[in-house]
Structure formats: C-alpha cells, structure tokens
Write a protein that binds this ligand. Structure first.
Ligand code: NAP
Length: 452
C-alpha cells in the first residue's frame, strides 16, 4: 500500500500505476453480520456506531469486466453509514443477500461483513476488460448509483431501474477503505482544485440535492422561486442552499443554532429560521400535531420573504412533514428524499388538495445528474461543505457525530491519504474559486471549537 501511495503522490504515469502490485487484502470499515442484534432493546439514540463499526483487513474481491479498482484517498460519512451501523430500520445484510442471489458477480457481495461508505475520491489502479473511458492513474470521485445496465428500465432514468442500489449501503465494498471495487459508470473526474478530502464529501449529498432542485425528475426550481430548506447547513441542505442561490432562487434556511444561522448568512442566505430558538413544536404529543404551530411557522416565513415558498426541500420526515405541506405555496411543491425523524408521515390532506400542492419523491441521482453536479463543483460554482476530517480508525466516532446531529455539513474520512490538504493539482484554479469559499464550513467548525 505504501508503494501505491508513493506512486500517487509522485503523480506516476498511467503505465507505472498499472504495473503496481495490488495487495490481496486491505484496510476497511465494516459492520459484522453476527453483531446485528447487539443493540437489541436500546433506543435509537443509545445505539453507538463506535461499537458496531470495525476497522480491519479484508480480502480484495475479484474485479468484474465493467469494474475498476480504486485506491481510495478519502471518503465521507453519510447518514446511510449511520443507518447501517445502528442496524436501522433493518440490518443492511438483507440487501447483500438479495444482491448475492442475482448473479455470479453479485454473489461476491454476500459476506459476513459489510464494508460501508458511499462517497470517495482516489486514483484508478486497475480496469476490467470492458472498461473504456478510464485508465490506471485517473484521479476520480465516485458516485453511489450502482446500476446493472442490462436492466431495460435503467436506460431512461437509471434511478428507476429495478435493481438500482446505493454503493456501500445496498452493496458491499464501500468507500470507507483503502481500496474499493466499483463500476466504471460510477466514476467522475476529480476537481483538480480540491484536496482529496474536499473532493470526497460531495457526490452523495450534492447529487441528491441537484436531482431534488435542478433536474426535471423532481422539483426543478425556476429563477426567483422561494425555497424553504430544512437542515440548511446539514449534508443535503448545505448543497441545496448553494443550488438555490446559484440558480437565482431565494432560500429560506431552517437550522437549530445561532452558529449555524451565522454560517447560513455567510453563505449568502439572508432568510434564516433558528427552529430551536423559536421553540417550534409541531407535535403536541406523540399522536397529535399542533396546527397553530404550522401557522406560526408559515407566518415567520412570510415575514422573512414576503410570501409562501414555491418549493419545500424536505427530509426530516415525521417531525416536519405536516408543517412542510402547510407552508408550501398554493400550487407549490414539497420535494422529499428521506425521513430521518420517522417514515410514517402525517399531514392534513385538505391543505394539499384544496391548495393544489404536490408532494414529489426523489432519491439519489442518475449518472448524468451526478456528472452535472460534479461539473458545478469542478467549475467552482458550488463548493464542498466539509467541516471536519477524521482518520479511518475514528470512523465510528465520526458516524456518532452525525447520528447525534453534532456536525455541520459533511465529515470527511482520510483513507490512504496520510494527512489533510493533499491532492490539489491546480492551485491557480483554487485561488480563482477562492480559498475562503472552499474552506468556509471547515473554518467555521474550527472557530466554534476555539472561539477566541
Ligand atoms: P445531516 O447532515 O444530518 O443533516 C440533516 C439536517 O436536518 C440536520 O443538520 C438538522 O439540522 C436537520 N434535522 C434533523 N432532524 C430534524 C428534525 N427532527 N426537525 C428538523 N430538522 C431536523 O443529514 P443529511 O446528509 O442531510 O441527510 C438527511 C436525511 O436524508 C437522512 O435521513 C439521510 O439518510 C437522507 N438522505 C437521503 C438521500 C437519498 O438519496 N434519498 C441522500 C442523502 C441523504 P438542524 O438541527 O440545524 O435544523
């Protein structure tokens, strides 16, 4: 592995990289099938990813003809890392069992350990015999849409393919590791002005937000649209705010602390709601929602931007969906991709149909959407929202931070890259895009830890 790292850092030629020996085993973060009941009887918040996520050596699987082996320089924590590590709502081994039954190559994934991680940046080491567009030495980021192109329904919109999966969540050999094996159609060029860790944090959340707000598949925003964004400095929200501003919309960001509100202002989002400071309580008890709180919320939005939002960017789920449906403008759209606080949703249908609103579902992004999002990052129109960096050995701690909403933006994890700050190959472009913009979330997190 040292030799691989040295060759990458020396910017070795494609031929030199192709001639490197790839070890038969590698370091990876995984959960174990025999531990899926370890948190039995505990509440969700008591389930600790530090106990279930292990880091150790695993064998490298064989590479299929349409796959590549990538040396992962950095990866990231996603909320799906949390779901896998607390075995909620179900252990992810069920996904691996199903994939294992599908084909000979699928059977490789069905193991007693599940290597997690759905983001990554790194360098292609080997390509399968059917790979045409990439070669050893290519610097790449990896998106997580894992699709079998022999499924007819994968060709109009691959997110609608019957066997569409999320890499590192519904497949094995995820990105939180020194090596990974992925399909060549998951690769995208790494933006040269970003470090390995800055490049690693974007693909999953940024592409999801892109499909939700830009692509025709969900709620394409028009210039001037007002967009309410929940969790506006979180993984999805931090990109959503940037996409709204970049597309000529007006964002209203909801967050839960003055520090996060300040960060939103720094991003250029003027209309901010601190849901904690305002004390919003949309549920008066476990079974009853409080419509007067929806009204108070709607009123605050109107006081900030003068009207109701055309689009509500929704993902907290049960806690907020009633308020989201209520707050959307007459004829407006609630676009949802998740339900962090609970997936059995309740809203007042009268507010939906009488005011001709619609709820649109969205899930990750197809290759074109992920590619277009990667291009916006490459152009510097959108910047990474990386707030902190962890070593692979501390992956459980990083996942625990996300589990308990103790983070802002995205948490990166260093895999083969030995320290922060490496991997930039176009310093001039970095200066053009702006060091201050690129490091905004990181600087903000550091300033909050050391306020003086
Ligand atoms: P994240 O980084 O944890 O950010 C979520 C934000 O939501 C938090 O920062 C928090 O912001 C806010 N939030 C959490 N609980 C809330 C509640 N009860 N009420 C209001 N706001 C709440 O997570 P993420 O990466 O953005 O992901 C969010 C959800 O989307 C997760 O469930 C994840 O699994 C899902 N997801 C789905 C897809 C997909 O393709 N379908 C892709 C990515 C993520 P404040 O505390 O500041 O308000």
């Amino acid at each position: 592995m040292d030799e691989i790292l040295q060759a990458i850092e020396a910017e070795a030629s494609s031929e030199e990289i192709a001639n490197l020996t790839i070890p038969e085993s590698y370091r990876a973060a995984y959960v174990r099938r025999d531990e899926t009941e370890m948190f039995e009887g505990l509440e969700s918040w008591e389930k600790d990813p530090r106990k279930s996520l292990h880091v150790g050596d695993v064998p490298l699987p064989e590479t299929a003809p349409d796959e590549v082996v990538v040396a992962v320089m950095a990866s990231a924590i996603n909320f799906n890392t949390v779901w896998t590590s607390i075995f909620e709502p179900l252990p992810t081994f069920g996904f691996l069992d199903r994939l294992g039954r599908e084909s000979e190559w699928g059977a490789r994934h069905n193991l007693d350990y599940h290597i997690v991680g759905s983001d990554g940046s790194g360098v292609v080491l080997r390509t399968g015999s059917a790979v045409r567009s990439y070669k050893p030495g290519d610097r790449v980021t990896i998106h997580c849409n894992h699709v079998d192109d022999q499924d007819p329904f994968s060709h109009n919109d691959s997110m609608k393919a019957s066997n569409q999966r999320i890499w590192g969540f519904e497949t094995n050999f995820g990105g939180l590791a020194d090596l990974t094996v992925v399909k060549a159609n998951q690769l995208m060029p790494k933006p040269a002005h970003l470090t390995w860790e800055e490049a690693a944090v974007n693909a999953l959340c940024a592409s999801t937000s892109y499909r939700m707000l830009v692509s025709n598949h969900a709620a394409p925003m028009k210039q001037g649209d007002r967009v309410l964004v929940w969790g506006a400095t979180g993984g999805l929200g931090g990109y959503a705010i940037q996409l709204v501003l970049n597309g000529g919309g007006v964002p209203v960001g909801v967050v839960s602390s003055p520090e996060k509100a300040e960060l939103l202002n720094e991003m250029g989002c003027e209309a901010v709601i601190d849901r904690k400071a305002e004390g919003y309580k949309f549920w008066s008890d476990e079974h009853t929602q409080d419509e007067s709180e929806w009204r108070r919320f709607g009123k605050q939005i109107r006081s900030l931007i003068g009207e109701d939002p055309d689009i509500v960017f929704e993902h907290p789920g049960r806690q907020t969906m009633g308020a989201s449906v209520f707050a959307a403008k007459r004829g407006g759209t609630v676009v949802t991709c998740a339900a962090t606080s609970g997936y059995m949703i309740e809203y007042d249908n009268r507010h939906l149909w009488m005011k001709l609103k619609r709820i649109v579902s969205s899930h990750f992004a197809n290759y074109e959407e992920a590619w277009r999002m990667n291009k916006l990052l490459d152009d510097g129109a959108i910047v990474p929202i990386m707030s902190d960096v962890y070593a692979l050995e501390d992956v459980g701690l990083a996942a625990n931070q996300v589990h308990h909403n103790l983070h802002e933006g995205k948490l990166a994890v260093l895999c083969l890259s030995p320290e922060e700050g490496r991997g930039v190959t176009d310093q001039e472009k970095r200066e053009r895009v702006g060091e201050d913009r690129i490091t905004m979330f990181h600087r903000h997190a550091v300033a909050n830890v050391n306020p003086e």
